[in-house]
Design a binder for this molecule. Structure first.
Ligand code: A2P
Length: 279
C-alpha cells in the first residue's frame, strides 16, 4: 500500500478502514481479520464507536505485528479538557491493547453554538494531545470535523499544528473551503463516509463513470479522493466489498470525469454539521 507523508514525516497508508457502526463482537472480528488478509493496514476507530476492545482482540488474533499497522482513534466530546483527554487516551490504548497510537484526533470541535469558551475547551484538549505526542505515545495528531473557524482558533494556540483533519467528504459534498484551508496549512484531509454512507452508490452520473472503467461506483469514490490527495476511509463489513474497495486505489480517472464529479451537488449524506450537531 502506498502512503501519504504527514507534515511531521510520518507515513500513513493511502486508504483506511472505517469502523463506525461496527459494534457486534463477532462482526468486528470477522471484518478486521478479513481486512488484514485483504491488505488493509490502516484502521480508523474512535472511543465512541464502542469497538476498540474487539478491534484490539482481532488484531492480536491476526498475528499481524503492531508496527505493520496504522491505528487511529479519537477522543469523544464528553472527555474534552486536559485531564479528561489524558484519561480517555489511556482507556483507548488499554482497550485496543496497544502501547501507542499512530494517530489521535479530537473527534468533533467544541463549537461556538455550544459554549462561549469553545476555543479554550478545544485548546485544553489539544494541549493534552500535544503532550501525549511529545511523550511519544502518539506518532501523529490531528482533528476531525473542524471547519475553518475551528482550525483558525486551534492554530492560534497550537504548539504543534494538527497533521490531519478528518471530515465528511464524498462525491456531491466536497467541503472545498475546508479542503483548501487544510492544503494551505499542510494538513492531510481524511474522508469519512467517502461512499456517502452508501447513498451515492446508485447515482446515475457515478454509475456511468464507473461503467466506463469497468469499475464499481465505490472504487470511483476511492480513486476520486486519492487523485485529489485525500485519504478515504470507506466502511464495509463484507469481505468482497472490502476487497473491491481497496482495489479502487489503483484506478486512475480521467480529468474530465474528475471534473464531472467535482461539479456534482448531492449535499451531506449525514446532515451532521459541526456547529449544529445535537450531541
Ligand atoms: P456494508 O457494510 O454492508 O458493505 P461510507 O463508508 O461512505 O459510510 O459507506 C458505508 C456503507 O456503504 C455501508 O452501509 C456499507 O455496507 C456500504 N458499502 C461499502 N462498500 C460498498 C460497496 N462496495 N458496494 C455497496 N455498498 C458498500
Amino acid at each position: 500500500m502506498e502512503n501519504y507523508i504527514l507534515s511531521n514525516g510520518v507515513a500513513i497508508p493511502k486508504i483506511g478502514l472505517g469502523t463506525w457502526h461496527n459494534t457486534d463482537e463477532d462482526t468486528v472480528e470477522d471484518t478486521i481479520l478479513n481486512a488484514l488478509k485483504i491488505g488493509y493496514t490502516h484502521i480508523d476507530t474512535a472511543a465512541v464507536y464502542g469497538n476498540e476492545k474487539y478491534i484490539g482482540d482481532a488484531i492480536i488474533k491476526s498475528g499481524v505485528p503492531r508496527e505493520n499497522l496504522f491505528i487511529t482513534s479519537k477522543v469523544w466530546k464528553t472527555e474534552y479538557g486536559y485531564q479528561n483527554t489524558l484519561r480517555a487516551f489511556e482507556k483507548t490504548i488499554s482497550d485496543l491493547q496497544v502501547d501507542y497510537l499512530d494517530l489521535y484526533l479530537i473527534h468533533w470541535p467544541c463549537s461556538p453554538s455550544k459554549r462561549e469558551d469553545w476555543a479554550e475547551i478545544n485548546a485544553e484538549t489539544w494541549h493534552a494531545i500535544e503532550d501525549l505526542y511529545k511523550a511519544q505515545k502518539i506518532k501523529s495528531i490531528g482533528v476531525s470535523n473542524f471547519w475553518n473557524h475551528h482550525l483558525d482558533a486551534l492554530l492560534n494556540i497550537a504548539n504543534i499544528p494538527p497533521m490531519v483533519n478528518q471530515i465528511e467528504h464524498h462525491p456531491g459534498y466536497r467541503q472545498q473551503e475546508v479542503v483548501e484551508y487544510c492544503r494551505q496549512n499542510n494538513i492531510l484531509v481524511e474522508a469519512w463516509s467517502p461512499l456517502g454512507r452508501g447513498m451515492v452508490l446508485h447515482d446515475p452520473t457515478l454509475t456511468k463513470i464507473a461503467q466506463k472503467y469497468n469499475a464499481t461506483v465505490a472504487q470511483v469514490c476511492v480513486a476520486w479522493c486519492i487523485q485529489d490527495g485525500i485519504l478515504p476511509l470507506p466502511k464495509s463489513t463484507q469481505s468482497d466489498r472490502l476487497k473491491s474497495n481497496i482495489e479502487g486505489v489503483s484506478l486512475t480517472l480521467a480529468q474530465e470525469d474528475i471534473d464531472t464529479i467535482n461539479d456534482m451537488n448531492l449535499g451531506s449524506s449525514s446532515g451532521s454539521y459541526p456547529d449544529a450537531v445535537a450531541f
